[in-house]
Design a protein around this ligand. Structure first.
Ligand code: HEM
Ligand code: HEM
Length: 392
C-alpha cells in the first residue's frame, strides 16, 4: 500500500485525509444546523448551546489544520487522472466541484475562526491556546461579516457535497466503474491519461470569490456596532469625555470583557484638598458583553428589564496617599458599599483617571443558577478609564 498517489490511484495519505476531513465535515454541518434550531430562552439552553458550539468550533479548527496538510500534500502529489476523460462535461463538473470543496474546507473554518476571534465571549474553542487570532481585532462588525460569509459559504459547501456525493453514487450505480473504489481501497482505475485544464479551478474559484465579495458588499451592518462607551457630562466642575467603563468576567475559563455605553457622570473635584464627589448613572440598555449580551441582560444576571440602571454615588478622598471614590453602588435592587481606588493625572485642564475594583456577582444576586465558577466566575473586575475637562 503506497503512501503516495500515482496518475491512476490515490495513495493512503490522500485517502486517509479525504475520509477524515469528510467525516468531520459530515458531523460538523448537522451539529451547526442542530445548534441553530436549539431553544435559547433558559440558562440551561444557553449552557447546552455553548457546549454544542464549542464542539462545532473545535472540530472546525481541526478540519482547518487537516485541510492545510491536505492541500500541501495534494500539491506534492500526482493527481489521479479522470477515469472517463472523454466525457468532457462530466469531468469538468467533477473537477470544478473538487476545487470548490478544497476552497470550502479552507474558507469555512477560517471565516468561523475570524468571527470567533473578533467577538467576545460565548462557546470557547476547546484547545489549550488562546481564542484570538493575530491581526483579528475585537470588532462586532468584523464578527458579523465573518458570520455572514460563514453562513453563505456553508450553503455552497452543502451544495458542493450534494453534487460530489451524487457523482460518486452515479459512478457506483450507473457507471459501475472504479471511481469510488479508488478513493476507498486505493485500487488503480482509468488509464492515467488526461489533458490537464485550469478551467474547472478558475470557474470554482471565481464562484467562491464572487460569493464572498457579494456577502461583504451586501451584508447588512451589525446592529450593535457604534455602541461606543462614550460618557456624557452633567454638572460638577469636570466634564467627562472619551471615557470607558468596562467589566471583565471569566466565562468557561476565558476572560470576556463587556462595556457600558451612554453613562453619565457628574464629578466635582478640588485639586488642593484632593477631595470631591461623584454620581455616575449607568443605563443598562447600553451594556454589551460580546456574544452573551442577551444572557447577561436577562433575569439571571443584570435583569435590566426590572432594574434598568445602575448608579454609583461616592465621595472622593485621599486615603493614605491613594485617591479613592468610596460610596454606594446600586445595582439590581441591591445597594452595597464600594471603594474604587484610582490614579489621577491632571495636565492643565485635562484630567485622566484610571481605577479598578473587583466585585463579586453573588453579592448582587447575579447567577443563582451558576453556584460554582465552572461556567461564570464569581469575580467581576470593573475598570474605569476616564478623561475629563475642567469646567467652570
Ligand atoms: C469544517 C468547518 C466548518 C463547517 C463545515 C461549518 C459549518 C457551519 C454551518 C453549516 C453553520 C450553520 C450556518 C447557517 O445556517 O447560517 C455554521 C454556523 C456557525 N459556525 Fe461553523 N463551520 C465550520 C467551522 C467553524 C469554526 C472553525 C468556527 C469557529 C471557530 C465556527 C463557528 C460557527 C458559528 C459561531 C456558527 C453560528 C453563527 C453563524 O451563523 O455565524 N464554524 N457552521
Ligand atoms: C460520503 C461522502 C463522500 C464520498 C462518497 C466521496 C467520494 C469521493 C471520491 C470517489 C473521490 C475520487 C474522485 C475521483 O477519483 O475522480 C473523491 C475525491 C474528492 N473528494 Fe470526496 N467524497 C465524499 C465526501 C467529501 C467531502 C465532505 C469532501 C469535502 C471536503 C470531499 C472532497 C473531495 C475532494 C477535494 C476530492 C478530490 C481529491 C483530489 O483529486 O485531489 N469529499 N471523493
Amino acid at each position: 500500500m503506497s503512501l503516495s498517489n500515482t496518475v491512476r490511484s490515490y495513495g493512503s495519505a490522500a485517502r486517509l485525509l479525504h475520509w477524515t476531513v469528510a467525516l468531520l465535515i459530515l458531523v460538523n454541518i448537522p451539529l451547526a444546523l442542530w445548534a441553530e434550531g436549539l431553544p435559547r430562552t433558559s440558562d440551561a439552553d444557553a449552557a447546552l448551546l455553548a457546549r454544542v458550539y464549542s464542539a462545532h468550533k473545535t472540530i472546525g479548527v481541526i478540519v482547518f489544520a487537516l485541510a492545510l496538510v491536505r492541500v500541501f500534500w495534494a500539491l506534492t502529489q500526482p493527481k489521479p487522472a479522470p477515469i472517463h476523460p472523454a466525457r468532457r462535461l462530466e469531468t469538468f463538473a467533477a473537477e470544478a466541484v473538487h476545487w470548490s470543496l478544497y476552497a470550502a474546507i479552507l474558507i469555512l473554518p477560517l471565516s468561523g475562526w475570524i468571527g470567533h476571534a473578533a467577538s467576545t465571549g460565548f462557546a470557547p474553542i476547546l484547545w489549550p491556546f488562546g481564542q484570538s487570532l493575530p491581526f483579528v481585532p475585537k470588532s462586532e462588525n468584523l464578527a458579523h461579516l465573518a458570520g455572514a460569509v460563514h453562513g453563505v459559504a456553508s450553503k455552497l459547501l452543502i451544495l458542493s457535497i450534494l453534487l460530489h456525493v451524487a457523482g460518486a453514487v452515479k459512478h457506483v450505480l450507473i457507471d459501475r466503474d472504479g471511481t469510488l473504489a479508488r478513493m476507498i481501497t486505493g485500487r488503480a482505475a482509468g488509464d492515467g491519461r488526461t489533458e490537464p485544464s485550469h478551467r474547472p479551478a478558475l470557474l470554482s474559484l471565481a464562484l467562491w470569490g464572487a460569493l464572498i465579495a457579494a456577502v461583504l458588499t451586501f451584508a447588512p451592518p451589525s446592529r450593535n456596532e457604534g455602541a461606543a462607551t462614550v460618557a456624557t457630562a452633567e454638572g460638577g466642575n469636570w466634564s467627562v469625555a472619551d471615557s470607558t467603563i468596562t467589566f471583565t468576567v471569566r466565562q468557561m475559563g476565558q476572560e470576556v470583557t463587556g462595556s457600558f455605553a451612554g453613562w453619565t457622570a457628574r464629578i466635582s473635584y478640588d485639586e488642593g484638598s484632593r477631595t470631591g464627589d461623584t454620581d455616575v448613572t449607568i443605563p443598562l440598555e447600553g451594556m454589551t458583553l460580546g456574544a452573551v449580551t442577551e444572557q447577561a441582560a436577562g433575569p439571571e444576571f443584570f435583569d435590566r428589564a426590572t432594574f434598568p440602571e445602575a448608579r454609583f454615588k461616592a465621595t472622593i478622598a485621599d486615603e493614605a496617599g491613594s485617591l479613592t471614590a468610596r460610596g454606594t453602588l446600586s445595582l439590581r435592587g441591591k445597594e452595597l458599599p464600594v471603594a474604587l481606588p484610582f490614579t489621577l493625572t491632571i495636565d492643565g485642564d485635562t484630567a485622566t483617571a484610571a481605577g479598578t475594583v473587583t466585585l463579586d456577582r453573588r453579592d448582587f444576586g447575579m447567577g443563582p443558577s451558576y453556584p460554582d465558577e465552572s461556567t461564570v466566575g464569581f469575580a467581576v473586575r470593573v475598570d474605569i478609564a476616564l478623561t475629563a475637562q475642567r469646567g467652570d
